[in-house]
Each structure stands twice: as C-alpha cells, then as structure tokens.
Design a binder for this molecule. Structure first.
Ligand code: GDP
Length: 179
C-alpha cells in the first residue's frame, strides 16, 4: 500500500566532485529542484539536497552533497566522502584542464571513499558545444571512463539535457550494489 510521507527504504549518499566552476552546484540543483540558478553561489552553505524517488518499488532518497566551494582550497575533507555510495565527478567540456584534473579526483575518491563507490563521470556544459566551445572530445572521456571503470555522460545543467538520466543511472547502479 501507500507509504507514509517521509518513509524511505534506502538513503543513498552521493557526493559531487570536480574542479571549481564546472557546474557541480547547478547539476545538483537541476536534479533536486529542476531549476538552474542564475546566481549560482547563492546556494553556498547548503551541505546537501535530496530527491526521493521510486526504484524497483523501493523508496530511495538520494542525498547529494555539495562541496560548497571547498575544492578551491583543496580542503575537501574525509567526512565529505565518508559513507558515500556514489559520486558525480564533473568536468567542463569547454575547459581542458578540468578534464585533465579528473584523474586526480579519481585518486581522491579512491583514497577517501569506500572501494565499492559508483562513479559517474559527467562532462557538463554540453550546451556550449554548439557554439564551438568544446575543448574535450567525447571520445577522450569515453576512453578514460572505460579505462577507469567509470560510467560516463555528457550533460547540461543549463538546458537540463541528460541530467536526470545521469543521476538515475548512478542511482540504478548503486541500487544494484546495495540490494
Ligand atoms: P561549481 O563551482 O562546480 O559548483 O560550479 P557552479 O554550479 O557554480 O557553476 C559555475 C558557473 O558555470 C556558473 O556561472 C554557472 O552558471 C555556469 N554553468 C553551470 N552549469 C552550466 C551549463 O550546463 N552550461 C552553461 N553554459 N553554464 C553552466
């Protein structure tokens, strides 16, 4: 029958990782609230956002943690990663350096999070490819993701393209690990 409001079967902690300004906060806002905030950093101080959905007849609460800008100072702590079942590792398809730093973020995740953590690599700002701003070919990211055992998707927090799909894929993969 109907579950009482607030009652969930699973809580999945998910962390976002990646360089500053790649769109982590916007992706999270898009998934949790289906909004794009034009004044992005007004969300500072919010530690996590949630969205509850049904997967395989179970109520699953995705609890998604944001770095709140700490990555700028390389000050993301172990507490941030502790208990995380999944990670959204984000780079900006228009900034090559943010993709080159992904390997460092993978090391960071492997060093601090549980070894069974499911990682989704996301090439954000895909909307800018049409304007000729792409600096990271899709094939490079596909190859890296395959080599590292990561899931991969390009997405746009601005247009919303692929955002739900990427999060849902991550949640499905976590579900497969925990159930
Ligand atoms: P964070 O530091 O990784 O959390 O990045 P933010 O979410 O604050 O986004 C950084 C900047 O990129 C902001 O100016 C956003 O408006 C912009 N941005 C984020 N996602 C997108 C996107 O998908 N497309 C475009 N064109 N801009 C984006």
């Amino acid at each position: 029958g109907e579950k009482e409001t607030g009652e969930v079967d699973y809580v999945f902690k998910i962390v976002v990782a990646g360089d500053s300004a790649v769109g982590k906060t916007q992706l999270l806002g898009r998934f949790a609230k289906d909004q794009f905030f034009f004044d992005s950093k007004s969300t500072i101080g919010v530690e996590f956002q949630t969205r509850t959905l049904t997967l395989h007849r179970k109520r699953v609460k995705a609890q998604i943690w944001d770095t709140a800008g700490q990555e700028r100072y390389r000050a993301v702590t172990s507490a941030y990663y502790r208990g995380a079942l999944g990670a959204m590792l984000v780079y900006d398809i228009t900034k090559r350096a943010t993709f080159e730093h992904v390997a460092r973020w993978v090391d960071e995740l492997r060093g601090h999070a549980d070894s069974s953590i499911v990682v989704m690599l996301v090439g954000n700002k895909a909307d800018l490819a049409a304007a000729g701003q792409r600096a990271v070919p899709t094939e490079d990211a596909v190859a890296f993701a395959e080599e590292q055992g990561l899931f991969f998707s390009e997405a746009s927090a601005l247009s919303g393209e692929n955002v739900d799909r990427a999060f849902l894929r991550l949640l499905e993969e976590i579900f497969a690990v925990v159930s």
